[in-house]
Design a protein around this ligand. Structure first.
Ligand code: FAD
Length: 393
């Protein structure tokens, strides 16, 4: 259920792993599986029109424009009638959170959203983006380039506060000004009215277009009565198997809607990143076919904003120490492509590198992913030296 990256990859994996029975891939959108990261980059800028994924879905019955509406053991209810199954992959992804108010607000989740916003973005258009997270920053980047008058409203004291913490997220503040974007921090939005937003202090901010990028929620409301265990996503074990409160045929879960047990972190994770939608289906398919594979990745995410490539690997722990690598204040702007960039690492009390964020340093991200996956203890002093490749630490 769900014909995005994770659902499409699950169908391909089932075939690749030898499943010869019938596969139905059911998707609420009218589009075959497509890639979402380019929506806020190439599609929004007009450089790309299509992002259809090159998946071999021959031998898969793809039903588009059909929505699953309910589930009971052995049967999915859909708006086109019931569908019986012997095994089920849940891949319904996540849906954007919207804000109160009866004014028009855009979100950016689907290719139709992206094309609609692209058509609305013109030089001089007053665009207000709510949320200085990943999506907000990427939308602001493209809109400013097009010549829109862009304001970004963020309730937290820095951009990317939830993902990276205030001090690291705060390093991105100058990027907004440099792009001509008015970033307003510590400002909440009360509601969205016609052609204006009402802010927390009552100020009315005029806008021709409003894009809300304040996060997503797993698209699992249709499973509420199913008897599957849900808790901010579909709860699954380390093999990505979901559990019924009663008996039922096997169900696995992949991508943005999966809340699976991570052996590595000894807790449940839900990771709304491309890498998870790409990697989890192989394990889920194996599980559905009776295997014992374990899904246990080091989380990875990238974002392209204000001419920088930002990459984040791993998960920082509460007691970790932050160590800078390079100077975050140094020039990393597009015109300084040969500038060294910078990274910041989070070190566990026992000296292991637990997470890294990198700006224009893709080789740091690659090396750190290996180090984190290997639970490597890294010399924090040497880590600070940009002249020493991370792979040599
Ligand atoms: P989705 O891609 O959401 O697919 C789920 C599909 O299921 C949807 O088509 C939906 O319509 C369908 N569906 C939902 N409910 C039902 C139902 N009841 N019945 C039938 N079908 C249903 N990640 C990165 O790592 N880096 C990036 O730079 C990045 N950029 C992004 C930019 C944008 C604009 C967006 C939206 C996401 C971005 N991501 C990025 C996140 C990444 O794209 C997602 O993690 C990934 O798409 C998740 O894939 P999925 O298949 O789990 O879910």
């Amino acid at each position: 259920m769900g014909a995005g990256l994770a659902g499409g990859r699950a169908a391909v994996e089932l075939r690749a792993q030898g499943f010869t029975g019938s596969i139905v891939l059911l998707g609420a959108e009218e589009h075959p599986p497509y890639d979402r990261p380019p929506l806020s980059k190439g599609v929004l800028s007009g450089r790309l029109e299509e992002t259809t994924l090159p998946l071999d879905l021959g031998g898969v019955e793809v039903r588009l424009g059909q929505r699953a509406t309910g589930l009971r053991p052995g049967t999915v209810e859909t708006d086109a009638g019931p569908l019986a199954y012997d095994g089920l992959v849940l891949a319904t992804g996540a849906a954007p959170v919207t804000l109160p108010g009866d004014g028009p607000q855009r979100v950016l989740r689907t290719i139709d959203d992206a094309r609609g916003l692209r058509d609305a973005l013109k030089p001089g258009v007053r665009l207000v983006v709510v949320g200085a997270g990943w999506i907000g920053a990427e939308v602001a980047t493209i809109a400013a380039k097009i010549g829109a008058e862009v304001t970004v409203i963020e309730a937290a004291a820095s951009p990317l506060q939830v993902a990276l913490g205030g001090e690291v997220g705060g390093q991105t503040v100058p990027w907004y000004a440099e792009a001509g974007v008015d970033l307003r921090l510590g400002v909440s939005v009360r509601e969205i009215g016609p052609q204006a937003l009402v802010l927390g202090d009552g100020e009315v901010l005029a806008a021709d277009e409003v894009v809300v990028g304040v996060g997503v929620r797993p698209d699992t409301a249709w499973l509420a009565e199913s008897g599957l265990v849900l808790d901010r996503g579909v709860v699954a074990d380390e093999h990505l198997a979901a559990s019924w409160s009663a008996d039922g045929p096997p169900v696995v879960v992949v991508g943005d809607c999966a809340a699976w047990w991570s052996r590595r972190y000894d807790r449940r994770l839900r990771v709304e990143h491309w890498d998870c939608a790409q990697g989890s289906p192989a394990v889920a398919a194996a599980t559905l076919l009776g295997g014992e594979a374990v899904y246990d990745p080091v989380p990875y995410f990238w974002s392209e904003q204000f001419g920088r490539m930002v990459q984040v690997v791993g998960l920082a722990g509460a007691g970790d120490t932050r160590v800078w690598r390079g100077d975050p204040g140094a020039v990393t702007a597009p015109e300084a492509r040969r500038a060294p960039g910078w990274s910041v690492g989070w070190f566990a009390p026992d000296g292991r590198l637990s997470a890294i964020a990198t700006v224009n340093r893709p080789m740091d991200a690659v090396a750190a992913r290996r180090l984190i996956a290997a639970d490597a203890v890294v010399d924090a002093e040497r880590f600070t030296d940009l002249a020493i490749p991370l792979k040599d630490l």
